[in-house]
Write a protein that binds this ligand. Structure first.
Ligand code: NDP
Length: 297
């Protein structure tokens, strides 16, 4: 088996055990094969999961091919999650609301699109901090695909408060407008609104620190080890929990800043694991062997 396959490989596909994969550009960094192959082996499913380097203009053809090749399903990563909405027959309501698909399941008749990022995030927070979203005041940094999934999940679970901060403020504003209906009830007492978009500026963030419990980085800041922490340690405080969706076996800049400030922190490995387990459950309609998947990661 190769580390990475391409569209050209799919066009000249020979019979292999590969029936699942992740499509992305770039895709070499994806840890999904590690997790999913461990789950397949443990579940005695005689098939393999691999990486496909697929360019944006190749997505439709790649999806047509894997479907004809009898794949069970695929995952989608950057930059295909939004475009994939147009290449499936049915879209799960959560994925529709988020506006992005990260998991496709094929059967004889149709290709169905799902998004497991939000639910995976919720499970990761429970696992890392032993707390449910409904009890938290959450500040999300970013307003792209991952941030949308996380914000929608917080809204669905009726979190105490949701604050969105994004480099492009208008995008955060539009997202809070979409979520307005979830936050009509007065849950938090005090002067701060339950739902708010704030500019990504030091004064605005400093004010929020005293009014949130969980801060989530849903931007790519930290993918590069030379990146600064999205919020510097001097603005953080020991009472906040920090979740960085960036995953790494080392400390991300945000996790390092949190530790310096005396706060609890976790990186995105747990979200990756949970969204992967949920995808496995969609494809095979059975419980994922979670412990084995974690061990493999
Ligand atoms: P998108 O490209 O959809 O969104 C990126 C967001 O980050 C935008 O809001 C953008 O702001 C903001 N941003 C980008 N660069 C900067 C910067 N230099 N400074 C401040 N803000 C910036 O990406 P995704 O939402 O799909 O992914 C974001 C991250 O989430 C990824 O890097 C990935 O590591 C992580 N992720 C982790 C998962 C997991 O399972 N752990 C699952 C999915 C994602 P603007 O609107 O101004 O452009």
């Amino acid at each position: 088996m190769k580390e990475i396959y391409t569209l050209a490989d799919l066009k000249t596909w020979k019979k292999t055990p590969i029936r699942l994969g992740v499509l992305g550009d770039p895709v070499a960094h994806s840890l999904s094969p590690q997790i999913q192959n461990a789950a397949l082996k443990q579940s005695k499913l005689d098939m393999r999961y691999t990486r496909f380097h697929i360019l944006p203009n190749e997505l439709r053809e790649a999806l047509d091919l894997v479907r004809r090749l009898d794949f069970i399903g695929v995952n989608l990563t950057v930059p295909h999650k939004i475009a994939a909405l147009d290449h499936v027959d049915d879209v799960d309501p959560d994925a529709r609301r988020i506006g992005a698909v990260n998991t496709i399941s094929f059967d004889r008749k149709s290709a169905r699109g799902f998004n497991t990022d939000g639910h995976g995030f919720s499970r990761a927070i429970r696992e890392e901090f032993s707390v449910d979203l409904r009890d938290l005041r959450v500040l999300v940094l970013g307003a792209g695909g991952a941030a949308r999934a996380i914000a929608m999940q917080c809204a669905k679970e009726n979190c105490e408060r949701l604050v969105m901060a994004n480099r492009t403020w208008e995008k955060a504003m539009r997202l809070t407008d979409e979520l307005r209906d979830f936050f009509v009830g007065p849950k938090v007492f005090g002067p701060v609104p339950r739902l708010q978009a704030i500019p990504w500026e030091e004064a605005a963030i400093r004010f929020q620190i005293g009014n949130v419990d969980l801060i989530v980085n849903a931007t790519p800041l930290g993918l590069n080890r030379a990146d600064a922490s999205p919020i510097p340690a001097r603005l953080l405080a020991p009472h906040v929990m920090i979740y960085d969706t960036i995953y790494s076996d080392k400390r991300t800049p945000f996790v390092s800043a949190a530790i310096e400030a005396g706060a609890r922190a976790a990186n995105g490995l747990s979200m990756l694991l949970h969204q992967g387990a949920l995808a496995f459950e969609i494809w095979f309609e059975r419980e994922a062997p979670f412990a084995v998947m974690r061990e493999a990661l």
